[in-house]
Design a binder for this molecule. Structure first.
Ligand code: ASP
Length: 361
């Protein structure tokens, strides 16, 4: 088995956090709860970050920001390119469907300067859920619309209802359906305190995927968006982390932004994007804050079927973050090869994701 450098790093992070000297060890200012480091007061310049599938999205958002666009307009326009791409089976049109063969989409966005948020969950037939999320933010006093109500709201604003199930996604669903077994997302009856829930249960390897995008614009304002078709073949009606403010994304105009992809259930139980922004507020770099969130999820994962034989989470979640100074960083639970997309005045670049455990698959 490959040597895994991460448990010691994990241990180190724990020790450093306990002693409140982690930031000093990493070369940043010591952490003081509630205080901001001087670097976080002012943005150094625009920057856009995205999950790995967003290289076109960050370029689009960057180009708009250079013409003076607000960061929210820019990130939503960026992810629209992925929502309409039939070849990305994790987002929008072409996304893999739920267990009934229906594409159900989740998205949310957040606007730093106003602190407003909007989202849609389980929306069907609408190709650009992030645009609808932005309309919820702009044209309602609500934050989250779901299901038929979300679709009705989109139709009210002129969106056509379309068939989002491409032939490629339909054939993938048919193959899954034809091989249905007991290995689905339903669990047998059990006591909630039972730690080996479904110990005999072997979850199937599911396809995950999403796009998150955050940016700082020319005015130094921060905004974020996340959009997804969610977990492939999910139980109909399932909502993941992506449209939940604080889980799938969070931004604070004075501090920074964070977003996620991967196993949404793990993020929903830890509200990790909010946690990351709070850690940045306390002085963590974006990468440190993302690793801290991975650590939190790992510590809170107790269901036996989610752990490998070493007791480590046997799934992945990725986090992407930036701070007000324009620094970027990300981390994932299981990694070694993961990267995310970014662009600043030096041009586009890929950033390595830090990780807790080496991915042995
Ligand atoms: N986080 C998304 C969800 O749980 C899926 C993903 O990113 O793969 O719906």
């Amino acid at each position: 088995m490959a040597t895994d450098p991460t448990p010691s790093r994990r241990q180190f992070l724990k020790t450093a956090a306990a002693a409140s000297v982690g930031a000093a060890t990493f070369g940043a200012a010591p952490r003081v709860v509630g205080a901001r480091t001087p670097a976080l007061q002012k943005a150094a310049g625009p920057v856009v970050i995205s999950s790995r599938n967003g290289t076109n999205a960050v370029q689009k958002a960057w180009d708009m920001i250079q013409t003076g666009a607000d960061a929210l307009d820019a990130v939503v326009a960026g992810v629209n390119l992925v929502e309409e791409d039939p070849n990305d089976t994790s987002v929008g049109y072409g996304g893999l469907p739920n267990a009934n063969g229906v594409v159900q989409l989740d998205s949310a966005c957040m606007h730093g300067p106003t602190g407003r948020a909007g989202g849609v969950g389980c929306i069907e037939g609408i190709k650009y859920p992030s645009k609808v999320a932005k309309l919820v933010l702009e044209r309602t006093d609500h934050v989250l619309l779901v299901g038929q109500g979300a679709q009705d709201f989109a139709v009210m604003h002129g969106f056509p209802v379309e068939n989002l199930l491409t032939e490629r996604a339909r054939l993938a669903w048919v193959q899954w359906r034809e091989n249905l077994s007991t290995r689905d997302e339903y669990l047998p009856p059990h006591d909630a305190n039972t730690s080996d829930i479904g110990a005999d249960y072997e979850p199937q390897q599911r396809t995950w995927g999403t796009i998150h995008c955050s940016a700082i614009d020319l005015a130094g304002n921060i905004s974020s968006v996340t959009t997804t078709s969610g977990l492939a073949y999910k139980i109909p009606g399932r909502v993941g982390d992506s449209p939940i403010i604080g889980a799938g994304l969070y931004c604070d105009n004075e501090v920074g932004a964070a977003g996620s992809t991967g196993r949404g259930e793990a993020n929903l139980e830890n509200l990790a994007s909010f946690l990351i922004v709070e850690r940045i507020r306390m002085g963590d770099s974006p990468e440190q804050a993302c690793l801290y969130a991975c650590e939190r999820i790992a510590d809170h994962t107790r269901k036996a079927y989610l752990l490998n034989d070493k007791g480590e989470p046997d799934f992945n979640v990725q986090f992407y973050a930036l701070n007000k100074a324009g620094e970027v960083g990300g981390a994932e639970i299981r990694g070694g090869r993961g990267k995310f997309a970014a662009i600043n005045s030096d041009g586009p670049f890929l950033v390595d994701l830090a990780y807790l455990y080496k991915n042995e698959r």
